[in-house]
Design a protein around this ligand. Structure first.
Ligand code: EPU
Length: 460
């Protein structure tokens, strides 16, 4: 299993490009299930979660073609050394995109994918346990499958490293739209001749729940209103893609989304938005090492809560049209945070800020309100010398002048990112085990960090 070896204490300096957003790409890939016409997506990040989703779609009968883009962030450039490949019906379903070909890395360390999905031959509306257990976002096929095929069998995701994470709200919404839903042998079995528009209210703000229901409602009969909808920018990106496919959606980005069902959707060419959490992670990594960075292709307005806290911590931040620059102070000031649905402070940045607070001047209080078990990184940060006390959903972090390298274990995607940040700031060597979590959600992280002067090496 791969590990990451980090020699800490080197300020990150330079410029890198931000990749496409994982949490926008995953639902948008599923949106292709809603039409018989080809959907072409650009700026798709090359991540293990994307490979898993493509595998899932391919085994349903979707024809998947993956092309690598030659230069960083430039879709007009000719594809890299490898020619377009097809996964699924006409190809090899077990191979994640690009696994067998040399990597095409642009100057700033990105090699986005262009993915074309053709769901005209969709014939197996099933998401098997083997794939769903490795990626919870697989549940995003449920709404589109039901709307398009009138039937879906999707394995229940179960718990994960950050909490129980049920999908009851997804099911409640689909049932309100007339679906018959049963759970048999760990699978949700949903059926509906045609879904009917309804007024839906989710008990809590749920991102993939909102996305699943919005996709299902696109082909339903009549109007659906989703109240208490998630306002995350990724929900808006999905809505924009659906609208470009012919869906009639208004209110995405607010907590009431209205969808007028249509008979059918058509194909589209759509570009995935930049990853705001990747952007925030590199800002934090630079802040922790006392360096400076310019992140190109970033979407600053989706990061207000994070940028505010970095400024409170003493960083200088300049927003350009589609880039962000950060210069870090000699020592950061502790900043308290409380996670909340968008536009609040994102839970997906909580672990990275705990790493910053661990070495900042002062005490920070970190309150996690979205997931019940998202402090697994704290014990690993303590192994590096951090002073952290956990009480329920609250962490009290007393900053220390320095951390010291050690061997630590990654437990989930964002926890891994926090250990990378701490390792970059620590004195000496840090070895991070189980970095397959990082490969699920950060495109070529070690190459991007190396481009900024970080001493980071993947070891087998
Ligand atoms: N919840 C329920 N029932 C439901 C749905 C959600 O109880 O039917 C609860 C969850 O257990 C959680 C809260 O509601 O306590 C919010 O969960 P949400 O459904 O919003 O999370 P998600 O949609 O499963 C997405 C992201 C996560 C991100 C969260 C919160 C994707 C693919 N995943 O998950 O991203 O943390 O929203 O913003 O979009 C990550 O990228 O590392 C990641 C975990």
């Amino acid at each position: 299993m791969d590990k990451l070896l980090i020699e800490g204490g080197v300020p990150l300096q330079g410029e890198i490009a931000i990749s496409g957003a994982k949490n926008a790409a995953l639902p948008i890939l599923c949106a292709a299930l809603l039409t018989r016409e080809p959907v072409t997506l650009t700026n798709v990040p090359e991540l293990n979660d994307v490979a898993t989703m493509l595998k899932l779609l391919a085994q349903m009968g979707v024809k998947v073609t993956v092309e690598k883009v030659g230069a960083a962030g430039n879709e007009d450039a000719p594809p890299g050394a490898d020619s377009p490949r097809t996964v699924g019906a006409a190809g090899n379903e077990d191979v994640p995109p690009g696994a067998d070909s040399p990597r095409t890395v642009g100057a700033a360390g990105t090699a986005p994918l262009t993915v074309t999905l053709d769901a005209s031959g969709l014939d197996n509306p099933v998401a098997p346990y083997e794939l769903v257990k490795t990626m919870r976002a697989s549940v995003l096929v449920l709404g589109p499958l039901l709307a398009r095929c009138g039937e879906a069998r999707v394995s229940l995701p179960g718990g994960c490293a950050i909490g129980a994470r049920p999908v009851d709200q997804h099911l409640k919404g689909l049932a309100a739209m007339g679906a018959e839903i049963g759970v048999e042998q760990g699978y949700v079995h949903a059926r509906a001749t045609r879904l009917k528009g309804a007024r839906l209210f989710t008990d809590m703000v749920t991102v993939t729940g909102t996305e699943n229901l919005m996709m299902a409602a696109c082909l339903a009969e009549g109007e659906t209103v989703i109240e208490n909808a998630a306002r995350e920018p990724e929900v808006v990106d999905l809505a924009n893609c659906l609208i470009a496919m012919g869906a009639r959606i208004s209110g995405a980005g607010t907590d009431v989304i209205r969808i007028q069902g249509v008979e059918r959707l058509h194909g589209v060419d759509y570009r995935i938005m930049p990853d705001r959490i990747e952007t925030g992670t590199y800002l934090c990594a630079t802040a922790a090492t006392g360096g400076w960075v310019r992140l190109t292709g970033a979407f600053a307005s989706a990061l207000d809560a994070v940028i505010d806290k970095l400024m409170d911590a003493g960083c200088e931040i300049v927003l350009e049209r589609d880039a962000i620059r950060l210069a870090a102070p000699r020592r950061l000031k502790a900043v308290s945070i409380r996670t909340a649905p968008y536009p609040g402070f994102p839970t997906d940045m909580q672990a990275q800020f705990m790493a910053l607070d661990a070495i900042a001047e002062g005490t920070a209080v970190i309150r996690e309100t979205i997931f019940e078990n998202r402090f697994m990184h704290a014990v690993e940060l303590i192994r590096l010398g951090a002073d952290i006390r956990i009480d329920g959903n609250t962490a009290f972090v007393q900053g220390v002048p320095r951390l010291a390298g050690a061997t630590v274990m990654a437990t989930d995607l964002r926890a891994s990112a926090s250990l990378v940040i701490a390792g970059l700031a620590a004195e000496g060597e840090t070895l991070i085990e189980r970095i397959y979590h990082l490969d699920r959600g950060y495109e070529r992280m070690e190459e991007k960090l190396a481009a900024l002067g970080g001493r980071v090496r993947r070891v087998k």
